[in-house]
Design a protein around this ligand. Structure first.
Ligand SMILES: [Zn+2]
Length: 457
């Protein structure tokens, strides 16, 4: 998309949306993002100014953004690995209704895995113009199985509290993240994604449905004021956790009842900005970009609507607003995709800024194994006495063409696609550190044929 000149200073003021509905729901924000910015401004005076000044300067420097866009394109889908990260839900409750059922947490994890892996059934609803852009983050979420002390857990930490509401007039606070303030201390935020599920109402009104902080040091954000502190994590209003939460009892909450408040907030947690780049308060809202090259320019968020004719910017070659995007404020019914550009940014954010979260990486077998019989005859094995890894192939596999790669246990490519042209190929295993490895065989079309796990002692 094209970026115009940037004028003025961007202000993120916690101004609640108006006219979302014609009733008492009118002060609800789908996400407390602007309030997060306010919170950081209070913590680090001057933050707001520098935050977007850096962003604007980067955009102004055409070379920089073009380079970045190229990088995004180049890094999309160059990895086979799926990274596994563990999540803990702190359920804070002052009454039984806030003590949400296990089933909602379980289906929340399912929704996250569907949405982040592009496995949600409603991708069929994506308009044709955007369909090919839908992406898979290759990030998988699991509920924590051990707490920080090594004790077994189901990933749900239930904490009774005397605090009846965590809402504030400024939109967000972080008291729920501290045991000393009636909340629950984060589990090591480098190792777990902490999700606090709590009552975010203010004076009995639903106000903010969730909020999250971006990673420390992420280039989409002015970084030097961020702290990698116990406040990292995601907060979700208890009425919006999971899919089909029975507590969603207003029209706005019903429009936000497919578990995608968490999808959106996890997007922020992995560095994404809103699709309209949060330029709500600029005179020309189409001057700021979300920094993602495959999202259309968008002026404002869709406020609990699903209008596929919506188009808030009209630059040359402009496309309609991508109301399908999880980083818009459209209804959950409408939201069906991250773009490939967004998924690439999130994948890189995990690898770069939240790397310690990765508990495991899997080389995923998504491709169809066409001829199991033939490929079952393929043998991959290390031979310690000769310091080699041997790959043995039958003639017909050699003739059909096959390549071999090796990944280490954190998903790094340590042996790049080697064509196998003879029945037995030997690789010197002394070049690999002791550990677990995964051998991957692909045919000449890049189709995955077989994976083999092995250990080098
Ligand atoms: Zn948001």
């Amino acid at each position: 998309m094209r970026i115009g000149n940037i004028l003025g200073i961007v202000l993120f003021v916690c101004t609640p949306y108006l006219n979302a509905q014609q009733d008492s729901e009118q002060f609800i924000e789908p996400c407390g993002h602007s309030a997060v910015i306010e919170h950081l401004e209070n913590k680090y005076p001057g933050f707001k100014n520098s935050y977007d000044r850096q962003y604007i300067q980067t955009i102004k420097s055409g070379q920089t953004i073009q380079k970045r866009k190229k990088q995004i394109k180049d890094t999309t889908y160059t990895y086979d690995s799926v990274f596994v990260v563990q999540v803990v839900f702190h359920v804070l409750y002052s009454n039984n209704n806030e003590n949400v059922e296990d089933s909602l947490v379980f289906n929340q994890i399912e929704v996250l895995n569907e949405d982040f892996r592009k496995r949600n059934a409603d991708t069929v609803n994506i308009r044709q113009i955007f369909k090919s852009r839908a992406g898979d983050t290759r990030i998988k979420f699991v509920l924590a199985e051990k707490d920080p002390n090594g004790n077994p857990t189901n990933g749900i930490n239930r904490v009774p509290t005397t605090v009846t509401s965590w809402g504030t007039s400024s939109g967000v606070n972080n008291n729920m993240k501290y045991t000393s303030r009636g909340g629950s201390d984060a589990w090591d935020p480098k190792k777990y994604i902490n999700v606090w599920v709590c009552d975010l109402t203010l004076n009995g009104q639903d106000r903010v449905l969730g909020f999250a902080y971006p990673p420390f040091g992420h280039p989409f954000w002015q970084s030097n004021v961020f702290v990698d502190d116990p406040e990292q994590g995601v907060v979700i209003h208890y009425k919006c956790i999971g899919k089909n939460n029975p507590r969603a009892n207003t029209s706005v909450l019903l429009a936000s009842n497919k578990g995608r408040v968490a999808t959106h907030e996890f997007g922020h947690y992995f560095g994404l900005r809103h699709i309209w780049a949060d330029d709500q308060f600029m005179a020309n809202r189409c001057l700021l970009d979300d920094y993602i090259d495959d999202t259309p320019l968008q002026g404002t968020g869709s406020n609990f609507t699903c209008q596929k004719t919506r188009n808030t910017c009209t630059q040359a070659n402009d496309e309609p607003d991508m109301v399908e995007n999880y980083m818009d404020y459209s209804t959950h019914e409408c939201q069906t995709m991250f773009t490939r550009g967004q998924t690439s940014v999130m994948y890189d954010a995990l690898k770069t800024y939240r790397r310690d979260l990765i508990t495991e990486s899997e080389v995923e077998v998504t491709a169809r194994i066409i001829d199991t019989i033939i490929y079952d005859k393929v043998l991959v094995f290390p031979r310690a006495d000769e310091s080699v890894v041997i790959v043995e192939l039958p003639n017909d596999v050699v003739e059909s063409g096959v390549n071999f790669s090796i990944y280490n246990s954190v998903g790094q490519l340590v042996l790049k696609q080697q064509p196998l042209t003879v029945n037995e190929t030997r690789f010197d295993s002394r070049r690999f550190a002791p550990g677990h490895y995964i051998g991957v065989l692909k045919d000449n079309n890049g189709e995955l044929k077989k994976t083999v796990r092995f250990i080098i002692d």
